[in-house]
Design a protein around this ligand. Sequence first.
Ligand code: NAP
Ligand code: ZN
Length: 349
Amino acid sequence: MTVKAFGAYAGDKPLEPMDISRRSVGPHDVGIEIAFCGVCHSDIHQVRAEWAGTLYPCVPGHEIVGRVSAVGAHVTSHKVGDLVGVGCIVDSCKRCDDCSDGLENYCDHMVGTYNGPTPDAPGHTLGGYSQRIVVHERYVLRVSHPEEQLAAVAPLLCAGITTYSPLRHWNVGPGHKVGVVGIGGLGHMGIKLANAMGAHVVAFTTSESKRQAAKALGAHDVVVSRNEDEMAAHTKSLDFILNTVAAPHDLDALFALLKRDGTMTLVGAPATPHPSPEVFSLIMKRRSLAGSMIGGIPETQEMLDFCAEHGIVADIEMIRADGINEAYERMLKGDVKYRFVIDTASLAA
Ligand code: NAP
Ligand code: ZN
């Protein structure tokens, strides 16, 4: 089936309309009419070849929500008409220890929603900036939010799970003081989720303009990180730092804020490395530096259900598909509160 999409033919070219094909719905597949797709900073890294190995044409998009339009004969978990989501994963080996543990995100054969290997034309996966997608049922999530919130649910499929998973893994909860660094798409979800988990949340931003906004998201304190006195006020006081920043920066200034046995987890994935932190930043207080990548399918469902129960959605700005190049430029300037979401109905126009 041919569907309309938005993508790029090269890393130095803007995104433009294109026709792509989707496989027919197999026995274990779910066919989805995409209603909305969130715009993640990873889309920019990938489509502009800032990360190695981008394949063209590249159709980004891994924050997909929509309605089931067809199911294969063996599909039991979804039915036509259901509201569903698809995140960053559309396949994995289904047999290894990681898959058995529901941690498909760490499977060595995980297939990303775009730029992953597939027998489907053109030989790599094409993402959610498109009208329809066909996905194995295992990687399709149930959405139980009210339908009128659907567009604002889309960013939960990447920004939501990428922040939820480390907050859960490092047991963030009541009595913890947690820093969230970089208040973009991921960071704003990190604030909302850490707050809902009962932690005391400190937002770290480079943008003075986000000082009030971060409080409205649920931060108890806000630090403009360029201000040394504001940073110093939190020295050795944080249990955990979730670092979402999309560019290289000084990690030592943040380590100084962790108390003994504190951990800083990197989820931001800049195109070039951070300067290496000082060994003394780590050994003096037995601090840890860690990383985390999205989350597994069961945990993504848990996150969606947690958000539905707590009334959590993303703060979004809706755009048409042909507004994507301008949206990227605004994201690079930190000028988005806090996630662009493409209304895929605009692809038809
Ligand atoms: P985003 O919406 O663009 O937000 C990034 C934020 O980082 C900015 O809003 C800004 O916040 C801060 N920042 C500070 N200096 C920056 C600079 N020089 N350039 C860009 N940002 C700067 O991005 P996102 O979608 O949240 O993604 C953040 C990062 O996480 C990206 O690298 C993305 O690829 C990565 N990611 C990783 C995973 C994973 O599984 N680990 C999943 C999804 C995304 P302030 O204005 O508050 O300073
Ligand atoms: Zn993403």
